[in-house]
Ligand binder design. Structure first.
Ligand code: 5AD
Ligand code: SF4
Length: 427
């Protein structure tokens, strides 16, 4: 979501006549688009601000702006006003469309300009976007979240859930297809509840059916899906719509029912596993990835063993693993029994080991198969080697000519590693 917001900011700047530079020292304007889902991301911003202070001292004409989720928190904005007054502009997630005007105003005044809206307004449509890749693109289908998982700051920074009108989404995807985009990723904090805030009868599976009909688009991906809203109708859509990729990111967060309840996740481990089983019978080639948090308040060794057990049963292709991070303002921040860092770390290492072991096993089972790969670019370490993604979102490296970049080509898998595959071009 943040990455895509940055693409929108880039496009606005381009329309204002700005050019991008790879070198910070050359920049007349630097924007930090922040995330606050975990503390690490916040600490990085303050680290960066220290460096930018020195740059600003050397170049007083440099304009500094900070935006994104962190700015939606009052205490953060107060800290910037207090400790980093050399910043020129602060704005939030709800008024990103006002950036050109805010930048203009900030450039003409002394001191820090702050504009953060507490609440979301109507969805701003027709914002320009400067896409980082030509063959694949992100498209927002909804904003915000109503789930209030007890550890999560997102509902407070991104506001209430609201869906974009399907006509607007179709129009954007059609324009992308006409411009040569092959793959689109539909974005929302919880795409499975798409349509609930619209005054027409449409759900996420219906939207996928509409997008599947757009000529030119070859791959449809989406994230993120909340397991509680993951319906059989959506499973059937994944199974039957030929352009929808056989991959789902289905964050489980924990395997212990007690912890899932305290997290306010609204499903049990059994319900979750049953959905996965059903999905696997409908789409046998499905790749499944997830998010897992260790060290949620009150998590015992037994709770953690339940998580490991669930991971073994779900057999994830990959997982993003996180240490629980206290987010001020969320219910979990006030829970007693915060888990000591040592225990968190020790569990985290065991978790990663298991996730990697299963991921490697799944990758090894692909050796000998031929898979369609959307070629993204040249491998960092080898100029003759191309890198791309299968429709199951696995990273594949293989030797091939540069003109395949941006195309989908068949690749036979010859070797498997934990996080990537090696293959040869099938001609
Ligand atoms: N601590 C650790 N991980 C978190 N996530 C969200 N909030 C927190 C937190 N407070 C993780 C969840 C979510 C992913 C985007 O970030 O796993 O799915
Ligand atoms: Fe956060 Fe839960 Fe919403 Fe995901 S579903 S954004 S974890 S509150």
């Amino acid at each position: 979501m943040n990455f895509h917001d940055s693409e929108k900011l880039s496009a606005m700047l381009q329309q204002m006549g700005y050019l991008e530079t790879e070198r910070k020292e050359q920049a007349d304007l630097i924007i930090i688009n922040t995330c606050c889902v975990r503390e690490n991301a916040e600490l990085k911003v303050y680290g960066n601000l220290g460096e930018l202070k020195r740059m600003k001292q050397n170049n007083p004409n440099l304009v500094l702006a900070i935006c994104g989720c962190m700015m939606q928190q009052k205490h953060v904005v107060e800290k910037i006003q207090r400790s980093y007054p050399f910043v020129d502009l602060v704005f939030g997630t709800h008024n990103i469309h006002r950036f050109p005007e805010l930048l203009n105003n900030a450039s003409q005044m002394e001191g820090l300009l702050v504009e953060v809206w507490d609440h979301e307004e109507d969805i701003p449509e027709d914002l320009p976007v400067q896409r980082k890749f030509s063959s694949k693109a992100f498209v927002n289908i909804m904003y915000g979240c109503n789930n209030f998982c007890s550890y999560c700051i997102v509902p407070y920074t991104r506001g209430r859930e609201r869906s974009r009108e399907p006509e607007k989404i179709i129009e954007e995807v059609t324009n992308l297809a006409n411009a040569g985009t092959l793959e689109i990723t539909l974005l929302g904090q919880n795409v499975n509840s798409y349509g609930k805030t619209l005054d027409k009868e449409i759900d996420f599976a219906d939207l996928l059916t509409l997008i599947n009909q757009i000529p030119g688009i070859q791959r449809i991906r989406f994230m993120t899906s909340h397991p509680a809203d993951f319906s059989e109708k959506l499973m059937d859509a994944i199974a039957n719509l030929e352009k929808v990729s056989p991959h789902i990111h289905l964050p489980v967060q924990a395997g212990s029912d007690r912890i899932l309840k305290a997290m306010n996740r609204k499903y049990t481990s059994d319900q979750y596993l049953k959905k996965i089983e059903l999905l696997k019978t409908k789409v046998p080639e499905i790749a499944i990835s997830t998010d897992i948090i260790v060290g949620f308040p009150g998590e015992t060794e037994d709770d953690f063993l339940d998580t490991l057990d669930l991971i073994r049963k779900a057999e994830y292709d990959s997982a993003f693993t996180f240490l629980y991070s206290i987010r001020t303002g969320t219910p979990a921040a006030n829970m007693e029994e915060q888990v000591p860092d040592e225990d968190k770390m020790q569990r985290f290492n065991r978790l990663v080991e298991l996730v990697n072991e299963i991921g490697l096993r799944k990758n090894l089972s692909l050796i000998g198969k031929t898979m369609p790969v959307l070629v993204e670019g040249i491998s960092k370490n080898n100029a003759n080697r191309l890198t791309g993604r299968t429709d199951t979102h696995k990273l594949v490296n293989f030797d091939g000519p540069e003109y395949y970049i941006g195309k989908i080509v068949p690749v036979k898998i010859t070797e498997a590693k934990t996080f990537s595959l090696l293959g040869t071009l099938e001609e």
